[in-house]
Design a protein around this ligand. Sequence first.
Ligand code: ADP
Ligand code: MG
Length: 576
Amino acid sequence: MTIRKLPTVLINQIAAGEVVDRPASIVKELIENAIDAGSTRIDIQLLHGGKDLIRVSDNGSGIASEELELAVTPHATSKITEEADLAAIASLGFRGEALASIGSISQLLLRSRQEIAESGTQIEVDGGDLTMPKPVGASVGTTVEVKRLFFNTPARRKFLKSDGAETTRVREVVQRLAASHHDVAFTFRSGDALLLEYPQATSKERILSIFGRELDGELIEIDGSVEGIHLWGLVGKPSVARPTSRHIRVHVNGRTISDSSITHALKEAFRGLIEPKRWPTAALFLEMDPALVDVNVHPQKSEVRFRDKDSIWRLVNKTITNALLSQDIVPAYHPSEQLPSFGSGSHQASFGPTSTPSFDIEQARNAVSGIELPTQATPLPTILGPDAVMQVQKCFLVTQDEQGILIIDQHALHERIMFEELSKRIAEGNLESQRMLVPDSFEADSGQLEALLTHAGLFEKLGIDASASGPASISVYALPTLLVSRNVNGATFIRELLDSLGNSDFPSSEEEALSEILDMMSCKAAIKAGDYLNPRELADLLRKRKEIERGSNCPHGRPTSLRLSIEELEKRFGRR
Ligand code: ADP
Ligand code: MG
């Protein structure tokens, strides 16, 4: 093959592949342009998930009529002029390629008017071909319309998901940008439906309207600085931790980014306060001299490189840790979750036990599997008195077997019993369901609404009846009997379930998904640490333990019990 120089349109199409792969990335570029132009109001509209039309209008500075053509030309930008500018970028855009790229893979219309101009000007680009700019009536600001996305690159069009899924992604982009620009009003429509509306607001108000009103009163303000780097924002109390990391927003100089190091610093600050599998809720804003951060490292500008990553880690971790401490939040006590940390120092929880127990926990844990209680230790439930089993600190059950003292985690054990029972029942058919006297409603985002539609079959199997009861709300009409009988809050459970289902790493096979959900249900419904158990309940638990532990090992790798063997005790007390 001979080497030849590619035509400009093809170069732009290739560049477009990096920058604009779907409606959401186009909307991101267009909103960023509007923000860079100083807009205070941005309206976004889609038709068919953006496949047929994306329209973004702003009231920003506008573009001079004689520059309209340049705006859609590759590598033409008003935001930087020389190499030195690249080292300290203060605007969201700077590469000058978004509009040109979008124009090469769609029919693009750009209409703009500056305040000093008497009328607006409009230019169209059709798959890379420009028309002459012409005057049109327009209000001050800019409107960009993107029609027939990927009409000339059908292979790419095929990669687009359903209209609903694309709309959800756009919605997320709008929310991300809205979170960091509370002084800009946003509306987002799909067809005629108004999906989001954010008036200009304070930062806290904006975050609440994005994360959901139910977080009102649950957010802690944070503020801290180090060497010219300022961190502020809001973090949710441990009680509002979520099953996914979707409610973590990180912004650097107004740019939404993903950064594993910052997320890690945040999660570490919550260590011991939330279960290891859960994620904090947080909106973090870092402000710093643009020279301290390189934003030119990712095609879609969603990652950055900090000059001093470590001091940012410390700033985030310290500020949040201090804020949490000042709130006097009592750590949630999850003994079963923390046990594995005994063995390895690096996973040691900062709350909870600090010294290694004096017996060999690994050995004890191994000894637990397949354990059987001797018959005399498990008399009939009615006659098992509190002397045979003792509840310690409303958390552990202490009893004995032939080989020694058994210490049982009441939550872990009950969770496991529930899981086994549920697995058995679901293998036989749908779970038994109970209608609620009053439907439980909650505010839902489009991701949750979409998950509800996509997983209708799964919900039926689980005995859940929930449906959309408005453009942004879901009502729960029936729940599995087990959850109702254990007083589980339906709205909270369904919201978390939908969040998990919408998460990309949620298992796609039905079997795995069900097992994961039953696990969630069992955890929610199980007796908690802190619940008092009467003798009858204690006896019941031990009886069921015998039934389930005989047949299987712990399915989730979490021990429900430990044994302190007689041998070990004898050794410790110098009897051997
Ligand atoms: P970049 O944002 O990287 O400069 P773009 O291709 O996104 O590149 O835009 C090219 C130029 O068009 C911008 O530098 C800016 O001058 C102008 N422009 C684009 N969108 C707008 C807008 N909404 N309002 C004002 N000017 C705009
Ligand atoms: Mg741009």
